[in-house]
Design a protein around this ligand. Structure first.
Ligand code: C5P
Length: 239
């Protein structure tokens, strides 16, 4: 994979639809994908995916589906029909839910372009061991992340979203043929500027084994977002 393809730009801003499409389209030659999460999707719906996809930028639909298997499978179908290049579900939804999601994605894909990627979220990085215990999970964070990554792998998912600090653990557990998508990345000059605490630079993340990196504010809030994205790609190329 080339460095440009590895970059996913998180579009979490408060944009009207046309502005969102323009912003996404501007990255068509600099990034592999843009990430649409709950906020822009709830506001603009699948039309946003369709229009961004038509502008030549791939969409990572970050809605983290978690429901009964049939409902998640149908949601995955809709996400593929809308043109998503990457979709995610919560591994905590269980093996049957993940298997049904896998089948739905493969079945809904029309065979053109690249097969949409299906990724699992293990434990949200906003959780700590105390919060895990609060919801009745007695394992440590590392044990739980490991267990859920292995389950996602066994269910045929393409990879997981993981914090930069979990890359080694997941590689050890799931091998090299399993995608790792990492947020919590900061270019060196942006270290310590915002709320992301346990961060790596783009180069370090790729060196450690991340396949895709998700970066939002350091690109979107830069005076020249395209130049900021290009600098990140150059840093990854140098690895
Ligand atoms: O602006 P920033 O680079 O922090 O954006 C990172 C994106 O990745 C945001 O959309 C954020 O919600 C998401 N994310 C994260 N940490 C996680 C999982 C997702 O920052 N562990």
């Amino acid at each position: 994979m080339d460095a440009r393809e590895r970059l996913i730009v998180a579009l979490d801003g408060d944009w009207e639809l046309d502005e969102l499409i323009r912003t996404a389209g501007a990255f068509s030659r600099t990034a592999g994908m843009v990430k649409l999460g709950n906020r822009p999707f709830t506001r603009h719906g699948p039309e946003a995916i369709r229009r961004i996809e038509r502008s030549g930028t791939g969409v990572f639909l970050d809605l983290k589906f978690f429901d009964i298997p049939n409902t998640v499978a149908n949601a995955c179908r809709e996400a593929v029909h809308a043109g998503s290049a990457m979709i995610n579900v919560h591994a905590l939804g269980g093996a049957e839910m993940m298997r049904r999601a896998r089948e739905a994605v493969d079945d809904a894909w029309d065979g053109t372009g690249k097969r949409p990627l299906l990724i699992a979220v293990t434990i949200l990085t906003s959780f700590d061991d105390a919060q895990l215990a609060e919801v009745g999970i007695a394992s440590t964070m590392a044990e739980e992340v490991k267990r859920l990554a292995a389950l996602a792998h066994a269910c045929g998912l393409d990879g997981v979203v993981a914090s930069p600090m979990e890359i080694d653990l997941i590689r050890e557990t799931c091998g090299n043929d399993f995608l790792i998508v990492t947020p919590g990345i900061r270019p060196k000059e942006d270290m310590g500027k915002d709320d992301q605490k346990r961060v790596l630079t783009p180069g370090e993340a790729v060196r450690r084994g991340a396949d895709y990196i998700v970066i939002g504010r350091p690109i979107i809030q830069a005076p020249n977002p395209i130049a900021a994205a290009q600098a990140i790609v150059r840093e990854m190329e140098a690895v």
